[in-house]
Design a protein around this ligand. Structure first.
Ligand code: EPU
Length: 334
């Protein structure tokens, strides 16, 4: 295990911020984790760097989880358990499962980040979340110094939420993820944009490969490529509000999209709220909410983390003032 001092994190975060870590270590084998005790605290476990906003250089140790490897654990001819180590790139892993002709994560194509961080925020898109195909994961418990297995229930998945973002935060390092994929998979094409994209592509009888291609096309048309414009995807979560609140809003804004999540609660798209507060594509300094998707905070060039964060707070405040809705960050802010 080689510890670097004052290491640049520019290529390790998708906002492209030029921040440094006082200490940095790259973990490439599970067994190295047994020796991390000696590393100076505070610690931060970094995966693909696609869900983190660094507002300053990091005073402790960045522990970069770069474990690789993937394969099939079991195959009963219908359900197939497939594993990947935490440092595998998410989209590469999706492609691998498509090559194996396994269905389950095609709707999650092209989501940035790594396999090990996907369960932390229960990544989701186009009507599917990782929890829908999750089997189990292995994590290193940094307090007890041992590896343990978490099943789906242990992970306490909810919308962009899990045990690893709550009570388990900062304690566990996810090392390996196992998904249960299927040879006879039912497609989820109900999400509006997928259906119309398949139609545009002239496909009437889609398979998992077509759905993946449709998702890639939609994402590429709306979401900026972090290699060109620094971003972390959705910066805020879609807020869940009471039915009374939505009924009230619909009187004022009859065209507002909304998605009931239970009898009492409804999800409202934060991108719509932000657009209606006038922030979509409006640049301030080096920062803007994306012109095609107002939920995505972007670094137009040389923005600092503080600038990006300050912009996000202004957006949040105006949504609160105008709609009376409190947005919550989806991205981790350090
Ligand atoms: N909308 C607007 N203006 C905008 C953006 C969206 O009016 O600027 C409206 C759209 O017209 C649509 C609704 O809001 O009626 C929802 O928009 P969209 O389908 O683009 O999805 P989203 O709710 O904004 C969520 C996820 C995305 C995921 C998409 C597709 C969250 C926080 N975000 O966004 O995930 O790709 O659904 O399933 O739940 C991510 O987490 O980084 C991410 C990109």
């Amino acid at each position: 295990m080689v510890v670097k001092e004052n290491a640049s994190l520019k290529s390790l975060n998708t906002f492209g911020l030029d921040v440094h870590a006082a200490h940095y270590v790259r973990i490439t084998s599970r067994e190295e984790l047994r020796n991390i005790k000696q590393l100076p605290k505070p610690w931060f476990f970094l995966g693909g760097g696609s869900n983190i906003l660094f507002t300053r250089s990091f005073p402790g140790t960045i522990i970069h989880i770069d474990l690789r490897g993937r394969g099939i654990i079991s195959d009963d001819g219908d359900d197939v358990l497939v594993y990947g180590m935490a440092g595998e790139n998410w989209h590469e892993f999706v492609r691998y499962t498509l090559q194996l002709d396994l269905g389950g994560i095609e709707n999650l194509s092209l989501i940035p980040g790594n396999l090990g961080t996907a369960p932390v925020q229960n990544i989701g898109a186009y009507g599917v979340e990782i929890k829908d195909v999750f089997h189990e994961l292995e994590a290193f418990d940094t307090e007890k110094g041992e590896f343990i297995i978490f099943n789906a229930e242990d992970c306490q998945f909810a919308y962009r939420q899990s045990y690893f973002k709550q009570e388990g935060k900062g304690r566990y390092i996810i090392t390996k993820v196992v998904l249960k994929l299927s040879r006879h998979h039912t497609l989820h094409t109900g999400y509006g944009a997928i259906g119309s994209e398949l139609q545009n592509m002239g496909i009437t009888n889609p398979d998992i490969h077509d759905v993946s291609r449709a998702v890639v096309r939609i994402r590429m048309s709306k979401l900026p490529d972090p290699a060109m414009l620094g971003n972390c995807g959705s910066f805020f979560k879609n807020p869940i509000v009471s039915k009374e609140k939505v009924d009230d809003l619909l009187k004022r804004f009859p065209d507002m999209p909304f998605y009931p999540v239970s009898d009492a609660e409804t999800k409202v798209p934060a991108g719509w709220l932000i657009e209606h507060c006038g922030w979509k594509g409006k640049a301030e300094g080096n920062v803007s909410m994306h012109k095609q998707q107002a939920l995505v905070l972007i670094n137009l060039g040389n923005a600092s983390g503080e600038e990006l964060y300050a912009h996000a707070q202004r957006v949040k405040q105006s949504v609160k003032d105008f709609f009376g809705i409190q947005l919550e960050e989806e991205v981790n802010v350090l």
